[in-house]
Design a protein around this ligand. Structure first.
Ligand code: NAD
Ligand code: LMR
Length: 308
């Protein structure tokens, strides 16, 4: 999962982030640990040998989840924190994963979650800025296209924003070996099938595959019939190695006023090490990108305006 990839990189003994004495010490916080994603994510992080301390926070249920996963026989310590102990939960944390917020119901777009989740993510980001300003922040909460700019703007307001350390988790959109770029909703999700060196797809089969990748999340929302969206697959979204697609502050389309974008990113000890360009696009992919950019720009501006 992307979180593991980030932790693996940041905790690597060669990492400049940690002195040799603390190279294996990685404290991770899950904010929203009581939820459909938060619980299995906490379980997986408890089993990760690179996580030496796990801090589980939620407005309800985190102490119970912590008590439960504490029975998993791995070396990491785990603590659960109730609603009014957010600052305690963030003490000394190096990686913060945020799945806090409500999921979609059938018929909703991710943007429909904005009015509820924007303030949740803003307030959690403000606490991270206050208590753990150098932590890497992995944003799962939707709409990611807007919640990542909200986190960035909140940290910027506090004077602690490091563009290398804020990541929107878009891993679920990626269907290896296909690279997927852009954002994390509908037409902003742009699969680059031509560069997937898999078998080439065209015509109706191409349209169907692109639609499936763009609206895979909607399939789960429909199938769960009001019980939420992807949780288990999210908690276990696989990240291969330390080059992974993620929605970050990016120069790729900054000249068009679009300063966040998801493309393959190389992670290093400081967070983002290298943002890979898109490479050669087919005519169809150029068309998909043309449809992506204006919508993505709107989503990003909406997030920024919320914090302004
Ligand atoms: P859920 O309702 O099961 O869990 C959300 C949790 O957040 C709950 O435990 C709730 O108590 C908690 N919460 C609410 N306000 C909080 C606050 N102020 N501080 C801390 N915790 C708070 O929802 P879920 O299915 O786990 O989904 C969570 C979010 O993740 C949704 O916004 C969903 O759209 C998003 N999501 C994103 C991806 C992705 O690919 N990025 C994938 C799946 C779901
Ligand atoms: C997903 O892609 O599964 C998530 O963004 C959840 C959703 O609302 O589809």
């Amino acid at each position: 999962m992307f979180a593991r990839s980030a932790i693996r990189t940041l905790a690597a003994p060669s990492s400049r982030l940690f002195s040799s004495s603390s190279a294996r010490h990685t404290k991770v916080a899950v904010l929203g640990a009581g939820g459909g994603i938060g619980q299995p994510l906490s379980l997986l992080l408890k089993t990760d040998p690179l996580v030496t301390s796990l801090s589980l926070y939620d407005i309800r249920g985190a102490p119970g989840v912590a008590a439960d996963v504490s029975h998993i026989d791995t070396a990491s310590e785990v603590n659960g924190y109730a609603a009014d102990h957010l600052d305690d939960a963030l003490q000394g944390v190096e990686v913060v994963v945020i799945p806090a917020g409500v999921p979609r119901k059938p018929g909703m777009t991710r943007d429909d979650l904005f009015n509820t989740n924007a303030s949740i993510v803003r307030d959690l980001a403000a606490a991270v800025a206050r208590v753990a300003p150098t932590a890497c922040i992995l944003v799962i909460s939707n709409p990611v296209n807007s919640t990542v700019p909200i986190v960035a703007a909140t940290l910027e307001k506090a004077g602690v924003f490091n563009p290398k350390r804020v990541f929107g988790v878009t891993t679920l959109d990626v269907t290896p070996p296909v690279t997927v770029v852009g954002g994390h909703s509908g037409a902003t999700i742009v699969p680059l099938l031509s560069s997937s060196n898999g078998k080439s797809v065209s015509g109706e089969a191409y349209e169907k595959l692109v639609h499936r990748i763009q609206f895979g999340g909607d399939e789960v929302v429909k199938a769960k019939d009001g019980a939420g969206s992807a949780t288990l697959s999210m908690a276990y979204a696989g990240a291969k190695g330390v080059t992974t697609p993620t929605f970050v502050k990016s120069p790729l389309f900054a000249d068009q006023g679009i300063d966040f974008f998801s493309s393959n990113v190389e992670l290093g000890p400081e967070g983002v090490e290298k943002i890979h360009p898109l490479g050669e696009l087919s005519a169809q992919e150029t068309k998909l990108l043309e449809a992506c950019l204006p919508e993505l720009k709107k989503n990003i501006e909406k997030g920024k305006a919320f914090v302004a």
